[in-house]
Write a protein that binds this ligand. Structure first.
Ligand code: FES
Length: 107
């Protein structure tokens, strides 16, 4: 379990507990957090679950895989350091306190 804070583009913040084994994307969609669409349901096939990992967490979360990096090129918002597809970040205790920002749009 990890407490994850999602910061929408508007600045609205949501702090939720995400069970170990769930993805950061699932933590958002199961709690009705806008800004993560996740059209493909976590299949690494849509890039509508783009998020920006806060700088302090980038090393702990780790880099995207090669396939994820390729999919990130299709995201609607410009990628930055810390860009990840949130369906590919699987939560465990080490991510307790994680902060991710959400892009203005996923389309
Ligand atoms: Fe589709 Fe993450 S939900 S790539």
């Amino acid at each position: 379990m990890a407490s994850v804070t999602y910061i929408e583009h508007s600045g609205a913040q949501h702090q939720v507990d995400v069970p170990t084994g769930d993805s950061v994307m699932q933590g958002a969609t199961r709690n009705g957090i806008e800004g993560i669409v996740a059209e493909c349901g976590g299949g690494l096939a849509c890039a509508t679950c783009h998020c920006f990992v806060e700088e302090a967490w980038i090393a702990r979360v780790g880099p995207p895989s090669e396939t994820e990096s390729q999919m990130l090129e299709f995201s609607a918002s410009e990628t930055k350091p810390g860009s990840r597809l949130s369906c590919q970040i699987i939560v465990d205790d080490s991510l307790n306190g994680l902060v991710v920002r959400l892009p203005e749009t996923q389309f």
